[in-house]
Write a protein that binds this ligand. Structure first.
Ligand code: DOR
Ligand code: ZN
Length: 348
């Protein structure tokens, strides 16, 4: 197969940041995707509908002429999010989900939820108005091994939460383990999961690599939830390529300035917006499942969110090319995932 034409896909999990940095990364996404669920973990977080509306306007104002792109906004759930705020968010028509960051789990999660019991009113309102809860699913107890935090979250938090709110629509974001994939496949009720390209392509060996006689830590492969063992990567591949509509594309593209990645305490996040579809195509082709890419990338997410599927198409061509070493990112630069590596597919 030399070219692959798909319905234009959407990105169901994206970090766009703000200001000049946002203006630099937004065109990469808009070239690849028609819509994206935009994460609210700015500083300060996007915690109200008014803030989401203002952020949406800033994104649209930064969009270069000729690129069609629709940002789908989210709210950042805090211990203090009220039921009224949830109802206002739903009524706005521009907010498509509410993001749960357990406090301390990841980048800009310090305003996150310290205890889900504080959110009972907000969660009840979300269930009532059918506004999805988007979950960063990692236990935050520092005593838990970082590679186990997702599996522990499923048992300790996700299962009880869904028992208490069985009608709540849930997206388990960026799943990284067999346990999460199994749970999503088998659970009752309305649940979906996004899967990143990097968790499909790489296991945790990629964090610590040996090439040409050199060994080292590779900060651009560090994200949260962290890359896992090969057994988990295989389980994610099986889920993504299964044709099960509960699994859909979410890049979790999370740009950071180069200096904040290549750092004694480097930030978590992989920047994949510029070559996302190419990375996914490679992962699906390696699994012998290119025919499942369109459902995963272009249909199932829209169906889950209750939005129309896109009408336009995009084409990928089989053409070897090298991923650039960096892109402009405000005053700094951002290093893409797989920088300098050769990929097989290229968006036309
Ligand atoms: O690696 C990550 N980066 N994981 C997250 O959950 C947040 C994200 C970011 O905002 O940088
Ligand atoms: Zn994210």
């Amino acid at each position: 197969m030399q070219s692959l034409t798909l319905t234009r896909p959407d990105d169901w999990h994206l970090h766009l940041r703000d200001g000049a940095a946002m203006a630099d990364v937004l065109p990469h996404t808009a070239r690849q995707f028609a819509r994206a669920i935009v994460m609210p973990n700015l500083k300060p977080p996007v915690a109200t509908t008014a803030q989401a509306m203002a952020y949406r306007e800033r994104i649209l104002a930064a969009l270069p002429a000729g690129l069609a792109f629709e940002p789908l906004m989210t709210l950042y759930l805090t211990d203090n999010t009220s039921a009224d705020e949830i109802r206002a968010a739903k009524a706005s028509g521009i907010v498509h989900g509410v993001k749960l960051y357990p406090a301390g789990a990841t980048t800009n999660s310090d305003s996150g939820v310290t205890d889900l019991r504080h959110c009972a009113a907000a969660l009840a309102a979300m269930q009532a108005v059918d506004l999805p809860l988007l979950i960063h699913g990692e236990a935050t107890d520092a005593a838990i091994d970082v590679f186990d935090r997702e599996a522990v979250f499923v048992e300790r938090t996700l299962i009880p939460l869904r028992r208490d709110f069985p009608g709540l629509r849930v997206v388990f974001e960026h799943i990284t383990t067999r346990e999460a994939a199994d749970y999503v496949r088998e659970a009752a009720g309305r649940i979906g999961a996004t899967i990143t390209a990097h968790h499909l392509l790489y296991n945790r060996n990629s964090l610590f690599v040996t090439t040409e006689g050199r060994t080292g830590a590779r900060p651009h492969y560090y994200c949260l939830p962290i890359l896992k063992r090969e057994t988990h990567r295989r389980a994610l591949i099986a889920a993504a390529t299964s044709g099960n509509p509960r699994f859909f594309l979410g890049t979790d593209s999370a740009p950071h300035p180069r200096g904040e990645k290549e750092n004694a305490c480097g930030c978590a996040g992989c920047f994949t917006a510029a070559n996302a579809l190419e990375l996914y195509a490679q992962a699906f082709e390696d699994a012998g499942a290119l025919d499942e890419l369109e459902g995963f990338a272009s249909f199932y997410g829209a169906d889950f969110y209750g939005l129309p599927r896109n009408a336009q198409q995009v084409t990928l061509e089989r053409r070897a090319w090298r991923v650039p070493e960096q892109f402009k990112f405000g005053e700094a630069s951002v290093v893409p995932l797989a920088a300098g590596e050769e990929l097989r597919w290229k968006l036309a």
